[in-house]
Design a protein around this ligand. Structure first.
Ligand SMILES: Cc1ncc(COP(=O)(O)O)c(C=O)c1O
Length: 394
């Protein structure tokens, strides 16, 4: 095989990459597998989005290249929604970047801002696209552990000055995957101020902005004074509208930052399928009437999952946002061992905390993406395994 580039060797294996094969084997053996691994709900997309997609595929103009512009109506719908939802204005044509899912944009952004010798600051555990973009840009990742005693916030003050001096990007994600933590406004103000002082690009991953409970309303980073000069924010239809497979998202930023991402993308993709963008318009327009019902389903699942996993020996906090429980494990049980045995012995897929970086050790992630009955069944199986493993340690 021809030689691989050295940067390729720096990529770790992707979390859960081994799971689909093992799951297939178990299913073939007749095991009743409950997959709570990915943040990918078993719920339908909004009917308005499905109808719009069906209409759009009959329109031959939708089958053409979208190019960087994409469907103008999609840009306009994003801009209108950002104004309605966060009270912030973005020009549809110079400040909105349509994406093939937000992961794509997050990963490609680093190509514009990171090179050899540059550092990015990455929360750990965290979404792996931050690390992937950094490594493919031949930058160096400086990871900051997210720990419960610090409310899972990335504290810049503990980072050595020489690292901050070389830092080009700070990745933040609140509501957070995997910890479900949320960021208080004073914290966001502090971070924006520091990024301005240090001239660091603040990449704000807001994929879970619309999955929030108990009256909590996640903000946009652009609600914070001064963010305009340093921030880019990523959004996605995936979680809000149960449209993970449709691959549709966007970024917003002021023109120079938006243009940098857009330019990278002109060399690597030619735009999302415009029929999907047309469905995106319908989804965004259905936000006010459709999203609350969907959130209510997630809230019911959250409540079922929190009580069932707590009763099974995993006392976790009740998340105010996102679709994850961050479940603690006894210190003597490694999260990867626990997750592997949970799949092999009980047919339940969860994500070990260590798969999202060593800072995630001591926890596993449960996505509450299935019915309350299935979540209760999964929790009971996890509790059984915990008892067995504790017995083995005694
Ligand atoms: C924190 C976070 N950001 C971004 C994404 C990417 O979502 P998508 O590429 O589907 O828009 C995910 C998906 O799991 C995520 O958890």
């Amino acid at each position: 095989m021809p030689r691989l580039a050295p940067r390729f060797a720096t990529l770790p294996s992707y979390p859960g990459a081994h799971v689909p094969a093992r799951k297939r084997e178990l299913l073939a053996q007749g095991v009743d597998v409950i997959d709570l691994g990915a943040g990918d709900a078993d719920l339908p997309a909004p009917p308005a989005a499905i109808a719009a997609l069906k209409r759009a595929v009959d329109d031959p103009s939708m089958s053409r290249y979208g190019f960087a512009l994409g469907l103008p109506a999609y840009r306009e719908a994003v801009s209108a929604w950002m104004l309605k939802r966060f009270g912030v204005r973005f020009d549809p044509f110079t400040e909105v970047v349509p994406l093939l899912g937000s992961k794509e944009g997050i990963a490609h952004l680093a190509m514009a801002f990171v090179g050899p010798g540059d550092v990015t600051i990455i929360p750990e555990p965290g979404y792996l696209a931050y690390l992937g973009g950094t490594l493919l840009g031949e930058g160096t990742a400086y990871t900051v552990p997210l720990r419960p005693e610090r409310d899972f916030l990335v504290e810049l003050d503990g980072i050595p000055a020489d690292i901050l001096g070389r830092a080009r990007i700070l990745y933040l994600n609140y509501p957070n995957n995997p910890t479900a933590a949320i960021a208080p406004r004073y914290y966001l103000e502090q971070v924006v101020r520091r990024c301005r002082e240090l001239d660091i690009l603040l990449v704000y991953d807001n994929a879970y902005s619309e999955l929030a409970y108990d009256g909590y309303v996640p903000p946009s980073i652009f609600e914070i004074d001064g963010a305009d000069d340093v921030a880019i924010e990523f959004h996605s239809l995936s979680k809000t509208y149960n449209m993970t497979g449709w691959r549709c998202g966007w970024a917003v930023a002021r023109p120079p930052i938006a243009a940098a991402l857009s330019k990278v993308k002109t060399f690597v993709d030619t735009g999302a399928f415009m029929a999907v963008q047309a469905a995106g318009v319908a989804a965004l327009e259905s936000w006010a009437e459709w999203v609350p019902g969907n959130v209510a389903i997630f809230r019911e699942r959250r409540d079922a999952a929190v009580s069932a996993f707590a009763a099974a020996g995993f006392p976790c906090a009740t998340p105010r946002a996102a679709m994850y429980l961050w479940c603690p494990l006894p210190a003597a049980i490694a999260s990867r061992t626990f997750a592997d045995r949970l799949l092999d012995e009980e047919g339940v897929v969860v994500l070990p905390g260590s798969a999202l970086g060593s800072g995630g050790e001591g926890f596993f992630r449960v996505s509450f993406i299935k019915s309350p009955e299935r979540l209760r069944e999964a929790a009971a199986r996890a509790g059984r395994l915990l008892v067995r493993m504790q017995g083995e340690l005694a």
